[in-house]
Ligand binder design. Structure first.
Ligand SMILES: C[S@@+](CC[C@H](N)C(=O)[O-])C[C@H]1O[C@@H](n2cnc3c(N)ncnc32)[C@H](O)[C@@H]1O
Length: 275
């Protein structure tokens, strides 16, 4: 059965790929899921609290997706907010939440934002680094460091492999199974590797929070989406055989590797010498 806009309330793209080829996060979004990061809304809250965004901050968000965290940030009334999103339709959704000259969503990539250096006091991005190859991860983190003024804060919320000395064979299997089911190359790092990635860009990690990878577990769905939206998501998935097969396959990969897969949020501070 095709996913049609009339049966799927969350319309992301005008010309979606077929449901069996669509990236997993867009499939979930098309089924009505809004929270697309691995640690859910609770880990996002912890990250935002750690970043302590306030009225004096100039905030840059990488890859806002459907704008869930954007709205949480805007409630904190920062001096300015800029989002960089590479998907045109997602950027249009985020635009709807913005107002005034100091809030904008730029269509572009996080590795090359075009924003002036040291123009931000806070930069963050969720569920967007894990899907990048190593060289792009490095470029995105370097771009965050370039945008931050000295002392500025950077936050990430990503998939994490556990423990730090996880077997290469387990890592390969997770990467392969996730990429097969999510249809996006997924390359999570261990906590030590995420820390090293940030540190090598001149960003000192000051806090770490973790959560289980329960993105598709019923209790997390209700907590993230609210009861009504969670039921609607379940209903939409149940009615579409291709979506149902894919969502169940993604969840079974998350369950299969529950001992080795988690969500991590890191908050870091830019050192004066970062370039
Ligand atoms: C899994 S979704 C996460 C969305 C949102 N951050 C959330 O946590 O709900 C990944 C998002 O990252 C965006 N994205 C991926 N790579 C990007 C890049 N290099 N620059 C900007 N956006 C990117 C995608 O378009 C998509 O909106």
């Amino acid at each position: 059965m095709a996913l049609t806009h009339s049966t799927c309330p969350e319309r992301i793209a005008d010309h979606d790929p077929p449901a069996d080829k669509m990236p997993g996060h867009w499939l979930l979004a098309r089924m009505g899921k809004r929270v697309l990061r691995p640690g859910g809304i609770e880990l996002t809250r912890q990250l935002l609290d750690q970043l302590a965004i306030g009225k004096g901050d100039n905030v840059v968000e990488f890859a806002p997706g459907l704008g869930v965290t954007a709205r949480m940030t805007l409630r904190r009334q920062p001096r300015s907010y800029a989002a960089i999103e590479r998907d045109r339709d997602a950027a249009a959704i985020v635009e709807r939440y913005l107002s005034g000259p100091h809030q904008r969503c730029v269509l572009g990539t996080a590795e090359d934002t075009g924003l002036p250096e040291t123009s931000a006091s806070v930069v963050y991005g969720e569920a967007m680094l894990s899907m990048q190859p190593p060289s792009v991860k490095t470029r995105i983190v370097a771009e965050a460091a370039r945008l931050l003024s000295p002392g500025g804060r950077y936050g990430i919320h990503e998939l994490c492999l556990v423990p730090d000395n996880v077997d290469q064979s387990v890592r390969d299997a997770i990467q392969r199974d996730l990429s097969d089911e999510v249809h996006v190359g997924v390359r999570p790092l261990t906590s030590a590797e995420w820390r090293e990635l940030l540190d090598s860009a001149g960003l000192t990690v000051v806090a770490e929070h973790t959560a289980p990878m329960h993105l598709l577990e019923p209790t997390r769905l209700v907590r993230d989406e609210g009861l009504f939206r969670a039921i609607r998501f379940g209903w939409n998935v149940a009615r579409h055989p291709v979506a149902r097969r894919r969502v169940l396959a993604m969840r079974s990969v998350f369950r299969k590797y529950h001992k080795h897969l988690a969500a991590i949020a890191l908050a870091a501070q830019r050192r004066p010498s970062a370039t």
